[in-house]
Design a protein around this ligand. Structure first.
Ligand code: GLU
Length: 470
């Protein structure tokens, strides 16, 4: 694309995400959109803001807004204006801006760029059925525009109505997308979109255009699924006589088999990744690589570095594959690169509901660091160190445990001496490590046994082995 197009706008850079509170939380694909908006704003000394688009009352989910905002924050994508913190263009929640949309809808009606429509559901269903019978694309036939003269009167009698966009025929609407270049649509392909619904709420199209304009959004960076809506928006900008923002439509993340990222193949809610012990910085790093690559082909880089080398135009429009195995690998890289102190802090915070013995944890951090892929792996690897495991042993296993207790009681307490005794047991009873591991820890694998036992006080280990006999 043109080298300088993305910064052509001389206004202050203001980007936004406009999530709808219709799911459990923010979708990982929308977190990707948030990341790019955040980074682009940072790069250009601009502002990144959040607006909540809660006008679809049928799909509205109580509590979703709170979870979305909290997820965005937990990934460190700080926003400078939003529904919870306010800002110069408040309110940032569309349901609190209904009067604004109604006022602007009236202006469109006055200029005949929009019109009242009183058609019943029955008529619209009939129209649609007829059109599909004749293999035509279903769309509204401008019946009310052409036939209704007494709209105000009908409204004053309490009749229900919607407001529709008056799409002119035989025109071409064109806009430039930073990532995709010039895009054109013929207005004959476009429907007279409802702008204001009978409940007084705007549809997405009216709300998004008015708010992006009033909130001085300079760059509309959103997912590619909105490309086909953009010509309607462009018409609205023209009708209002407003300057267009710069558009960029990001590729949609896909499953490795190229299907749209869905709950069946990959967890989609951003908070899931935090709850499963992924580090926000690792997830953001992974997302950064969706449809974009570092100029030096680096895979691991910080958010600051991403800000410094990122160019919007370098994003590839083709759907990148979101591979959860690759993300796991990246998370592991991030964990390995943490200092011992930082990993200690992360584990303590992640398990804040458990009272972990700090000294013990500090001792085993180096062991953990090379083995954890996520913070949650801590539990599998090391839970037995912090809490005596519940083991139920058969007769033979009890014999082994008792013998091990006896041998360990007589050694100096360090990992080499412990290892020696473990080897003696393996030989004497002709068993393999996983069997012995299970007798001692209740699990078949985890952190190396000699080091783990050495991290505990000798008495504790002997007592546990004794208790396992009863
Ligand atoms: N409310 C839309 C959404 O849920 C926003 C689309 C846009 O960014 O314009 O994603």
């Amino acid at each position: 694309m043109q080298e300088s197009y993305e910064n052509m706008n001389t206004k202050k850079v203001r980007t936004r995400i406009a999530p709808s509170p219709t799911g459990e939380d923010i979708h990982i694909g929308n977190l990707y959109t948030a990341l790019i908006n955040y980074v682009f704003a940072k790069k250009n000394n601009g502002e990144f803001i959040i607006r909540i688009e809660d006008t679809d009352r049928g799909r509205f989910q109580e509590g979703a807004e709170k979870r979305i905002l909290s997820s965005v924050k937990s990934f460190g994508l700080t926003y400078s204006e939003g529904p919870d913190i306010g800002g110069p263009f408040k309110p940032y929640r569309q349901s609190e801006r209904l009067e604004i949309y109604q006022t602007f809808a009236k202006k469109l009606i006055e200029k005949k760029n929009a019109y009242y429509c009183f058609c019943t559901k029955e008529r619209l269903d009939e129209l649609r059925a007829k059109q599909s019978e004749m293999k035509q694309t279903p769309r509204y036939d401008k019946h009310c525009l052409e036939n209704v003269q007494n709209s105000e009167e009908r409204i004053s009698h309490g009749e229900k109505y919607v407001v529709r966009l008056n799409v002119p025929r035989d025109q071409v609407v064109t806009f430039t997308d930073v990532i995709r270049g010039g895009i054109s649509f013929n207005t004959n392909e476009m429907d007279d979109q409802v702008l204001l619904k009978s409940d007084g709420f705007p549809t997405y199209h009216l709300g998004v255009v008015i708010d992006d304009h009033l909130m001085e959004v300079s760059h509309v960076i959103r997912a590619e699924e909105w490309i086909s809506s953009t010509p309607k928006h462009v018409l609205l900008y023209q009708f209002f006589d407003w300057e267009l923002p710069i558009f960029a439509h990001l590729p949609i993340l896909r499953n490795p088999d190229k299907s749209k990222l869905s709950k069946r193949k990959n967890p989609v809610w951003a908070s899931w990744y935090i709850e499963e012990g992924y580090l926000p910085e690792a997830v953001l790093n992974y997302l950064a690589l969706m449809g974009w690559s570092h100029p030096e082909q680096k895979e691991i880089f910080s958010l600051d570095e991403f800000v410094s080398v990122f160019e919007l135009k370098d994003i590839h429009p083709v759907g990148p594959a979101f591979d959860s195995n690759k993300l796991r690998w990246m998370n592991q890289q991030y964990i390995q690169n943490l200092s011992d102190g930082a990993l200690f802090e992360k584990i303590v915070t992640f398990y804040s509901d458990k009272k972990l013995d700090s000294d013990l944890l500090k001792k085993i951090i180096p062991l953990l660091k090379t083995r954890m892929e996520t913070l949650k792996d801590f539990e599998d690897l090391a839970a037995f160190i912090f809490e005596a495991p519940k083991v139920s042993l058969n007769q033979k296993e009890k014999e082994i445990a008792s013998k091990l207790g006896e041998l360990l009681a007589s050694v100096d307490w360090d990992e080499e001496k412990i290892l020696l005794q473990l080897k003696n047991i393996l030989q004497e009873y002709d068993i393999r490590m996983p069997t012995l591991y299970k007798i001692v820890t209740g699990k078949e694998k985890g952190l190396p046994l000699p080091q783990s036992l050495a991290s505990l006080p000798k008495d504790e280990v002997i007592n546990r082995l004794r208790d396992a006999l009863s």
